[in-house]
Design a protein around this ligand. Structure first.
Ligand SMILES: Cc1cc2nc3c(=O)[nH]c(=O)nc-3n(C[C@H](O)[C@H](O)[C@H](O)COP(=O)(O)OP(=O)(O)OC[C@H]3O[C@@H](n4cnc5c(N)ncnc54)[C@H](O)[C@@H]3O)c2cc1C
Ligand code: SF4
Ligand code: SF4
Ligand code: SF4
Length: 543
C-alpha cells in the first residue's frame, strides 16, 4: 500500500501528458463579467464596482477618473444622490449595503482638494452645441459633449450656474464651495457658460448664433399652486421661491410658526430651512399617510430629528392672517384621501406651498413638431424631441426628478447628439447579465458592518446652515470600499487558480486576470463553485 498523501496532489500544467483531458469533457468553465446590481441601478450609469476596486488599494485618482467617465459631479452626488445603488447592493443581503455614496463623496472631495482635472483629448469636430440651462443635466451634457470634441455653450437664465443644486437644495446638504469646485472644473475644460442669458426663442437663438444641435435642460421651476380660500393679509408663498431667495441678500420672512403644505423632498427642505431661520414651529401638512409621502425616508427622518412636526392625513381649507383651518382626511379603499368634515384651527404666520413644480416651456413656442404631454416635453429613447437636432433631458422630460437622473440624461443625450452630428446612431454596448446575490459564495467574505458617517449635533442643526452629514476620512473610506463583494467581476483573489486540481488555470498577471488551459481542464466545475463573486460560468461543450 502506498503512503497516504497529506494533501491533494496537484501537477504543474503540462507536467504530465497523462493529465491531458482528451475529448470526453462535457462542460467547460469560462470567465465572464456580469452586471453588478449597483451599476445597474445608478441613474448616471457609473461603473461602481470598477471604481470601488481601484479605491480598494488606495488608487484614489484612478477611482475618481473612473467615476468621471460617467459623472462629472461626484462630490455633489456623494451628498445629494438618494443612492439607489445602495438599495440594490448585494451586500445588503449579507449585512449592510456598501456605503457607495460616502466613498464617492470622499473621492469627489479629494479631487477638489488636489485640483484633479479632466483634459479633453478628442479631435475638435467643428460642431457647436447649444445647451439651455446650467443645472445638473445641462452641465453633464456640456461636459460629455466637450470630451467628444464639440464646442459647447450653455445659456443660463440665472446669475449663477447649478440650477436646483444652487437654488433649491439648501446649503446644509450641499455647501456651495463644493458645487462651485465641480462646476469650475467643467468651465476650465472649455465649456462657456453665459449667465443671465435666458433663451426665449430656441429657433431664433440656434439660427442667429449658428448652433448645429441643442440640448434643453431648463428644469421645472414654477411652483404649483392649489386653490385655497385666503383672507387678504394671509401670507402664502411657494417653496421653490422661498428656497431660491435663500441664495440672495434678503432671506424670506416667514414668522415664528410656519406651515408647509406638501409631502415631497421640497417640503422637507422648506420646513428644515424655516426651522433654521428661527421658526419655533415648522409643521408639514400632508394629505396622506407617512408611508405614502413622496419624500425620501432619510429626508423625513432628518426633518423629524430637527424638530419639524408632521400632520399626516390633513389638508388646508382656509388661510387667514395668523391662522389656518386644517381638515382631517381619511383614505378610501383605493388609498385616495377623502375629507371627513372634522376641522381644527392652526395658528400660523405663513404658509409655504410645496406641491411640486411645472416646467416653463415658453422658449419652445416656435419650435415645429414638438410634443408636450402633462406639461413635459416628449422625447425618444435617444432623448431627441420630435424636432431633429433638438434633444432634452432632466426635469423637463417624463422621468424621476433627481440630480442623478438629470446627470444620466446629460450623458445619454451627449452620446446621441454626437452620433447625430456625425450622421450615425449611437449604439450602446450590450448589457451583461445581472450578478444576482445567489451567484455569490458569501462565506468567502468576512462580516464588516457599514461605516457610519458623522452627523452634526442636533442643536447646531436647528440653528445653523452648516453641513449636516460629514464625510469619511481616508481609513474609513478605504474600509468601506473594501466591503465591496465585486459582484460578477473577477477581483483576482486566486481562488480558481489555487483550487483547480489539474492546475489548468493560467495566471496572466495583475489586471489581465486568468485563462483556462482547456487541454488540461476536466470541466469539473470546482473553480466555478469556489469563485466568490460568480465570475466563472460553466458552459456545455459544443462538438
Ligand atoms: C428643494 C429641492 C431639493 C431637491 N433635493 C434633491 C436631492 O437632494 N437630490 C436629488 O437627487 N434631487 C433633488 N432635487 C431635484 C433636483 O434638484 C432636480 O431633479 C434637478 O436639479 C434637475 O436638473 P435639471 O438640470 O433638469 O434642472 P435644474 O436643476 O432645474 O436646472 C435648470 C436650469 O435651467 C435654467 N433655465 C430655465 N429656463 C431657462 C431658459 N429659458 N434659458 C436659459 N436657462 C434656463 C435655470 O435657471 C436652471 O439653472 C431637489 C429639488 C428641489 C426643488
Ligand atoms: S450617483 Fe448615486 S446611484 Fe450613482 S453611484 Fe453615486 S450614489 Fe450611487
Ligand atoms: S457588493 Fe460591490 S459590486 Fe456588489 S452590488 Fe454592492 S457595491 Fe456593487
Ligand atoms: S475565483 Fe477569484 S480569481 Fe478566480 S475568477 Fe473568481 S474572483 Fe477571479
Amino acid at each position: 500500500m502506498t503512503e497516504q498523501q497529506p494533501f491533494a496532489i496537484t501537477l504543474d500544467v503540462g507536467s504530465s501528458l497523462a493529465n491531458r483531458t482528451g475529448s470526453w469533457r462535457t462542460e467547460r468553465p469560462i470567465y465572464v463579467d456580469r452586471m453588478p446590481p449597483c451599476n445597474n441601478a445608478c441613474p448616471a450609469g457609473e461603473n461602481i464596482q470598477a471604481w470601488l476596486y481601484s479605491a480598494e488599494d488606495g488608487s484614489y485618482e484612478q477611482a475618481w477618473r473612473r467615476i468621471m467617465a460617467d459623472n462629472p459631479l461626484p462630490a455633489v452626488m456623494g451628498r445629494v444622490c438618494y443612492h439607489p445603488c445602495e438599495t440594490a447592493c448585494n451586500r445588503a443581503q449579507l449585512d449592510e449595503a456598501v456605503g457607495i455614496n460616502s466613498v464617492e463623496r470622499f473621492l469627489g472631495d479629494l479631487a477638489i482638494e488636489h485640483g484633479w482635472r479632466v483634459e479633453p483629448t478628442a479631435p475638435a469636430s467643428g460642431k457647436r452645441v447649444l445647451v439651455v440651462g446650467a443645472g445638473p443635466s445641462g452641465l453633464s451634457a456640456a461636459y460629455h459633449l466637450t470630451l467628444l470634441g464639440h464646442q459647447v455653450e450653455i445659456h443660463e437664465a440665472g446669475p449663477v450656474a447649478g440650477g436646483m443644486m444652487r437654488f433649491g437644495i439648501p446649503t446644509y446638504r450641499l455647501p456651495r464651495a463644493v458645487l462651485e469646485g465641480e462646476v469650475s472644473r467643467i468651465t476650465e475644460m472649455g465649456v462657456t457658460i453665459r449667465l443671465d442669458t435666458k433663451v426665449t426663442d430656441l429657433q431664433a437663438t440656434m439660427s442667429d448664433e449658428g448652433f448645429d444641435a441643442a440640448f434643453l435642460a431648463v428644469g421645472a421651476h414654477i411652483g404649483k399652486r392649489a386653490y385655497i380660500p385666503a383672507g387678504e393679509s394671509a401670507k402664502i408663498l411657494d417653496a421653490v421661491s422661498m428656497l431660491r431667495s435663500m441664495e440672495g441678500e434678503q432671506k424670506p420672512l416667514l414668522g415664528r410658526r410656519v406651515v408647509v403644505y406638501g409631502g415631497g423632498n421640497t417640503a422637507m427642505d422648506a420646513a428644515r430651512t424655516a426651522k433654521r431661520l428661527g421658526a419655533t414651529e415648522a409643521i408639514v401638512v400632508y394629505r396622506r399617510t407617512r408611508d405614502r409621502m413622496p419624500a425620501h425616508d432619510i429626508e423625513v427622518e432628518e426633518a423629524l430629528e430637527e424638530g419639524v412636526l408632521m400632520r399626516w392625513l390633513s389638508t388646508i381649507t382656509r388661510v387667514d392672517e395668523g391662522r389656518m383651518v386644517v381638515e382631517r382626511m381619511e383614505l378610501d379603499e383605493t388609498g385616495f384621501p377623502q375629507p371627513t368634515g372634522q376641522t381644527e384651527v392652526l395658528e400660523a404666520d405663513s404658509l409655504v406651498l410645496a406641491l411640486g413644480q411645472d416646467v416653463d416651456l415658453s422658449l419652445l413656442e416656435h419650435v415645429p413638431g414638438l410634443q408636450m404631454e402633462g406639461g413635459v416635453v416628449q422625447v425618444g429613447t435617444d432623448l431627441m424631441t420630435d424636432c431633429p437636432g433638438v434633444f432634452a433631458g432632466g426635469d423637463m422630460v417624463p422621468a424621476e426628478r433627481t440630480v442623478t437622473v438629470a446627470i444620466g440624461h446629460g450623458k445619454k443625450a451627449a452620446r446621441n447628439i454626437d452620433a447625430w452630428l456625425r450622421g450615425t446612431r449611437y449604439q450602446p454596448a450590450p448589457k451583461h447579465p445581472l450578478a444576482a446575490f445567489d451567484r455569490l459564495n458569501t462565506w468567502y467574505y468576512s462580516d464588516a458592518p457599514k461605516t457610519v458617517r458623522p452627523v452634526l449635533d442636533a442643536a447646531r442643526r436647528r440653528s445653523t446652515f452648516e453641513e449636516v452629514v460629514g464625510g469619511l476620512d481616508e481609513s474609513t473610506a478605504l474600509f468601506e470600499a473594501r466591503r465591496c463583494l465585486s459582484c460578477g467581476n473577477c477581483f483576482e483573489c486566486d481562488n480558481c487558480y489555487g483550487v483547480c486540481p489539474d492546475n489548468a488555470v493560467i495566471k496572466l498577471g495583475p489586471g489581465d486576470r486568468y485563462q483556462i488551459n482547456l487541454d488540461y481542464c476536466k470541466g469539473c466545475g470546482i473553480c466555478v463553485n469556489e469563485c466568490p463573486c460568480g465570475a466563472i460560468d460553466l458552459e456545455p461543450e459544443t462538438i
